[in-house]
Write a protein that binds this ligand. Structure first.
Ligand code: SAH
Length: 214
């Protein structure tokens, strides 16, 4: 079966199972080819709802998990997003489809993976800025952001993220231990972030100052 058909089927299922709730997120999934973000030998599994290895012990998250995060983040055109944990660049491409290429910056700690993300984003026609450094500090240079979306697990929401998100802005991140977390939505109101647990999840750990030790 060709990729396009598999992609459309996957989106249908994600919608039916209510992971995809909005037209914005549905259109983004239809516009980005996941096969272009996974290593050659995993391309045939591109539209299976499963995390896939991208090298260096890291993974591209399962589509249902990504859909959940994108819905929780309440994205729309023009919203400024900082993504932490570029990985393959797939999630950054989906976000770029919704908010516009200029409105998303993605940060990756591992140089080789940052290059992989950058290459994949260029090949898929997305002009997204990829920064290589410890994203647990956020990215002060271009703060504040409307949304901060982390795709690696943190023990708690790092204070720099709370500072760098705007009033009424939202942080979406897996918060918990190295091996098990809850997806958390934290909204900033009157200068303080209020956290809400969304669902259990398992992400690779964020390694860094406000993350975990290697
Ligand atoms: N969003 C990605 C999947 C991310 S996997 C995708 O769509 O494919 C998590 C990524 O977070 C890994 O690539 C890992 O290297 C990166 N990471 C871990 N700690 C980090 C840190 N402190 N700063 C930035 N990236 C980090």
């Amino acid at each position: 079966m060709e990729y396009k058909k598999r992609k459309e089927e996957m989106v249908e299922i994600l919608k039916r199972e209510k992971y995809i709730k909005t037209e914005n997120v549905r259109k983004a999934f239809l516009s980005v080819e996941r096969e272009n973000f996974v290593p050659e030998n995993y391309k045939k599994f591109a539209y299976v709802d499963y995390p896939l290895p991208i090298g260096g012990g890291q993974t591209i998250s399962a589509p249902s998990m990504i859909a959940t995060m994108l819905e929780v983040a309440e994205l729309k055109w023009g919203v400024r997003v900082l993504e932490i944990g570029s990985g393959s660049g797939y999630n950054a491409a989906l976000i770029a489809e919704i908010v516009g290429d200029k409105n998303i910056i993605t940060i990756e700690r591992i140089g080789r993976i940052a290059e992989f993300a950058e290459k994949n984003l260029i090949n898929s026609g997305h002009k997204v800025k990829v920064v290589c450094r410890d994203g647990s500090f956020g990215f002060e240079e271009e703060a504040p952001y409307d949304r901060i979306i982390a795709t690696a697990a943190v023990p708690q929401i790092p204070p720099p993220w709370e500072e760098q998100v705007k009033e009424n802005g939202i942080i979406v991140a897996p918060v918990g231990s190295k091996f098990f977390q809850y997806l958390v939505r934290a909204e900033k109101k009157n200068g303080k972030t209020k956290e809400k647990k969304i669902c259990p999840c398992v992400f690779v750990p964020m390694v860094g100052e406000y993350g975990f030790r290697e």
